[in-house]
Each structure stands twice: as structure tokens, then as C-alpha cells.
Design a protein around this ligand. Structure first.
Ligand code: NOJ
Ligand code: MG
Length: 531
């Protein structure tokens, strides 16, 4: 039997914003438990939980202070065990977030490490003496903007942080760090979790000699979105040692049965992704492919990238697609609501695994937040650039009651103003809703032979704004045609087919369609069975 990790739909839950059961305005594990039936109704294979470990929550859990404890705002270990059991009973796997690059400054390891220079934990982090002028040891910039070094006044040395100053980088060259972090993975695997989404893997190692990084000669503030793009990160990102470590992490998982690993390297190019696949060399592993987030919404860009990507991943490995996550503006906000329905059609009809960020399935959008609520690390270290990520983290919209059914208390972020219409309750009742589109697409992905494991075959649509492709197995053939344009497009392909569905869910399934003479409406996409 094929492993569940090859054609899976994986649903990301951002626990703070999913469902609040104890009415403190912040989502929690019991809240997720309340919604297990909803998760099952989507037809997903797995849930990926953004971090729920003990943490001061300065980067909302991506700053861990105890890897083996649940943060009290989310609940207790028994709640977690209960959630795992209930999901498993429904046949849903659970994937944990694992954050190997850094800990919180409040982690006991770091507290020990910073206490004095001879502490045995000192070498668990990365320290360097001040430069001659007493400033930071070199010019490295953190991902959030600002210097990547923070002075520790007690010992008068700087520590390195690829992200914020309260997220000191672990020293992966230290064997004890490696062993202990692998033990953390084993701890959760022994509890029965089904795998990990591994955070920021291209930052694991930094060049030892701490040389300045060269300036990026193309950098233009304003054109480049992030401040760290001012440097070429040849000493701090994507080092071959970091990629090799993924192979070792893969081995930890492979010692168990039926586990899965997906790794995050936000800006990795296709060649890097392929390097990662080859190093890990395991069919239950994927590096995230963020092309659907990064590419402009244009047929040509999609066609070119997906043709290359699908072929580069090939048959030895499994592709994956991500349309949104907690770090990037929501799909509807990025490309528009009609377009987002097409993005969903693409997401679920390509080869491999598909990731959904909670709320995308009902078409949620970003909420513009008042300055005091942005409170995101980006706003702290790159103020004024509008990079804050809380707009995509507003609470899940369950119904049209006060606070959208998320909480009966004031939520940590205000509910998006469209919640009276855009919510699970309303959309369950509306046969043409986003939610019903998602459910239909997921079902199709799981049941249609060509979508389960058919090849991806590029097709020339002969219309510039139309992206189209075939999925073909020895049992059947599926054609997907997507109009990226706002205007109608005439298709002229020598193919006949039967409609399975269109992205607006307003055409009758089973209708015969002659693609020699098909008029697609603006932003219309179709899935057809062809013969
Ligand atoms: C990537 C995570 O997705 C993001 O939310 C976090 O801020 C950084 N890694 C640092 O852990
Ligand atoms: Mg690092």
C-alpha cells in the first residue's frame, strides 16, 4: 500500500487563532478538540500544528523555552494527548512544528549559557567577542531586519540570532545540541505524533570564521521587501552543512514507521529544494515549495515554474504545493477572491501533497490592524515597512455570532469584518461557497485515479492567459484549464471532455464540453475528464 505521505492534504492550524475554549481570547488545544469533527468533514489527511510548546510567545511560539512542555495558554499535556487520540480515531495524522535553529532566551539552556563564559552550555549557542570598536563582530543582519548580534552585558560577548534577539541560534556543531534536539524529536514521536514540519532549516549553520557578508549589489530598498536582502547571505544561509543535517533528521524519523517530514526554507530556489530532496532521499520527505505564494498571478509564470518543478522533482520524490501560511498575506488578499478559487483548483490537482492554512478553505482575508495590534517581530525590527504578519493571523470565522464563534471574550486580534458572510456555518449551507469548493476538490484529489498518482503533462492552451495541464494515469485522464485573466478567453483545443467541476461551482457536472470552442469566463477554471 502507498504511504499516506504521497498524495496528502495537510491542514495547518495556527492554535492561537483557531478556537478558544476557555474564553481568554486566545485559541487552545481544547478548542481544536471541539473542532475535530469539522477537520474530519474537510477530508484532510493530516493536521500540522504551529508550535504549542512552552514559550514566552514573543514570536508566537517560534521561541521555545521548553520543548517537552505545552504552553499553559494552550492547555496541558493531557489535552494534547487527547487531541492526538481523537484525531487518530478519525484517521487524521498529527504533525508537529519543530524549531531546531533557535530557542527562546528564556530556555534553561540559554539561561545557563549566558550565566558565564565557562558554563558547559556556553557552547550550545554562538558567541563572539565585540569588534575592535566594541560593536557587533561582523555585519550580519537578522531575517527580521537589524543586526544579527546581541550584546550580552554580563559576559561582554555577542550572541548570534538569525531571527530576533530573543531567539538565540543554537550551535549545531556541538554534538550535545544535536543529540538533545534529536531526543526532542524522539520524545514526540514516542508519544505517537506522525511527523514534523521543520522550521527555518537553511539557517542551521553559519560559516565559522564570521567574515562580513558581501553587499547584495542589486539591493534597492523599496523594491526589495526585506531588509536582510541588503546582503548576500553566503555565510549564514543554505550552507551545505545545514542541508546535510536534514538527512540526519530524516534518519531519526525513518527509524519509526510511517512518519513524514516537511522542511521550511522560505527563500530556497528550485536547485536548493532538489538538493534537499536528494540529501534526505526519502519519499516521505518534502521541502516546502512556496512558488504559489511567491509567483505573480500570471499563467505564464505558473506554467514555467510548475513544468520545471514537476520535472525536477521527478518520480523518485514527491512534489508539494503551499498556497498560504501564517507568514504571508492570505490568498484572497494577495490575488483576489475569484482568483483564489482558481488557486484552489491548481493546489488540489497537481501531483503530491497540498497544504491548507486554516481559514483559506472559507476564503478568509487579511485584516488591516491598528498599529498597536500589529505587535509582530517584523514591525519591531523593520518598522515602517508594513511586513507585520498578524493580518493573516486573525481568528478563524466559525459563524455569524459575536466574535465569529471563536471566543466569547475579546480575541487577541480583532475578527475580520467580513465574518458575517465568510464563516464556516454560512458556507456549509451555500452549495457554491469556498468551503464546498475545497471539500469537493479534496475529495476529488483523494478519489480520482489520475489525481491520485497520474503524471503531470504540460499542455499548450494556445491562449496566453490560460494555464492548462493534464493528469494522466493508466485508468483515466484529467484536464485542468485555468483562466488567469479577468476577461473571457476562447479555448481551441482538439479535445472533448466531460465537466467534473468549475471553480465557481455554477456549471452542471457531467456536461459534455467541446474544447475546440469553449468560452471560459474571466477567472474561470475547470476540471474535466477527457477521453
Ligand atoms: C518561520 C516561521 O514560519 C515564522 O513564523 C517564524 O517567525 C520564523 N520561522 C522563526 O522561527
Ligand atoms: Mg543557525
Amino acid at each position: 500500500m502507498k504511504s499516506w505521505t504521497q498524495n496528502a492534504v495537510i491542514y495547518q492550524i495556527y492554535p492561537r487563532s483557531f478556537k478558544d475554549s476557555d474564553n481568554d481570547g486566545i485559541g487552545d488545544i481544547k478548542g481544536i478538540i471541539d473542532k475535530v469533527d469539522y477537520l474530519a468533514s474537510l477530508g484532510i489527511d493530516a493536521v500540522w500544528l504551529s508550535p504549542i510548546y512552552k514559550s514566552p510567545q514573543l514570536d508566537y511560539g517560534y521561541d521555545v523555552s521548553d520543548h517537552r512542555e505545552i504552553d499553559p495558554i494552550f492547555g496541558i499535556m493531557d489535552d494534547f494527548k487527547n487531541l492526538l487520540k481523537l484525531l487518530h480515531e478519525k484517521g487524521i495524522k498529527l504533525i508537529m512544528d519543530f524549531i531546531p535553529n533557535h530557542t527562546s532566551t528564556e530556555h534553561p539552556w540559554f539561561i545557563e549559557a549566558r550565566s558565564n563564559k565557562t558554563n558547559p552550555k556556553r557552547d550550545w549557542y554562538i558567541w563572539a567577542d565585540p569588534a575592535a570598536n566594541n560593536g557587533p563582530p561582523n555585519n550580519w543582519i537578522s531575517a527580521f531586519g537589524g543586526p544579527a548580534w546581541q550584546l550580552d552585558e554580563v559576559t561582554n560577548q555577542y550572541y548570534y540570532h538569525a531571527f530576533s534577539p530573543y531567539q538565540p541560534d543554537l550551535n549545531w556543531r556541538n554534538e550535545e545540541v544535536k543529540k538533545e534536539m534529536f531526543n526532542v524529536m524522539k520524545f514526540w514521536l514516542d508519544l505517537g505524533v506522525d511527523g514534523f514540519r521543520i522550521d527555518a532549516v537553511d539557517y542551521l549553520f553559519e560559516a565559522k570564521d564570521l567574515k562580513d557578508e558581501p553587499k547584495n549589489p542589486y539591493y534597492q530598498p523599496g523594491f526589495h521587501q526585506y531588509r536582510d536582502q541588503a546582503l548576500s547571505h553566503i555565510y549564514t544561509k543554505g550552507l551545505s552543512e545545514s542541508i546535510k543535517m536534514l538527512g540526519e533528521m530524516g534518519k531519526v524519523l525513518r527509524a519509526y514507521q510511517n512518519k513524514y517530514m516537511v522542511t521550511e526554507a522560505a527563500e530556497a530556489k528550485l536547485s536548493k529544494l532538489i538538493e534537499m530532496y536528494k540529501i534526505v532521499d526519502w519519499r516521505s520527505y518534502q521541502p516546502f515549495n512556496f512558488s504559489m505564494i511567491d509567483l505573480p498571478w500570471e499563467a505564464q509564470s505558473y506554467r514555467e515554474y510548475i513544468d520545471c518543478y514537476d520535472q525536477a522533482v521527478g518520480q523518485n520524490y514527491v512534489p508539494c504545493y503551499v498556497a498560504g501560511n501564517h507568514d504571508k498575506p492570505r490568498v484572497v488578499t494577495r490575488i483576489g477572491a475569484r482568483e483564489a478559487r482558481n488557486a484552489a483548483v491548481i493546489l488540489f490537482t497537481l501531483r503530491g501533497n497540498a497544504f491548507i492554512y486554516n481559514g483559506e478553505e472559507i476564503g478568509m482575508r487579511n485584516r488591516k490592524l491598528p498599529k498597536n495590534l500589529e505587535r509582530d517581530t517584523y514591525d519591531e525590527y523593520s518598522p515602517g515597512l508594513g511586513l507585520g504578519r498578524n493580518g493573516e493571523r486573525t481568528p478563524m470565522q466559525w459563524d455569524n455570532t459575536n466574535q465569529a464563534g471563536f471566543s466569547s471574550f475579546k480575541p487577541w486580534l480583532p475578527i475580520c469584518s467580513d465574518y458575517k458572510k465568510v464563516n464556516v456555518d454560512e458556507e456549509t449551507k451555500d452549495p457554491k461557497s469556498f468551503l464546498n469548493l475545497y471539500k469537493k476538490l479534496i475529495k476529488l484529489k483523494k478519489e480520482n485515479p489520475a489525481l491520485i498518482d497520474g503524471d503531470y503533462i504540460p499542455m499548450d492552451s494556445k491562449a496566453e492567459k490560460v494555464f492548462c495541464y493534464i493528469r494522466q494515469s493508466d485508468k483515466n485522464k484529467i484536464l485542468v484549464v485555468i483562466n488567469f485573466g479577468r476577461e473571457k478567453q476562447k479555448i481551441n483545443l482538439n479535445i472533448e471532455g466531460k465537466l467534473i467541476l468549475n471553480n465557481f461551482l455554477d456549471r452542471k457536472a457531467g456536461t459534455k464540453i467541446d474544447l475546440k470552442n469553449l468560452l471560459l469566463r474571466g477567472n474561470e477554471g475547470m476540471i474535466l475528464e477527457i477521453f
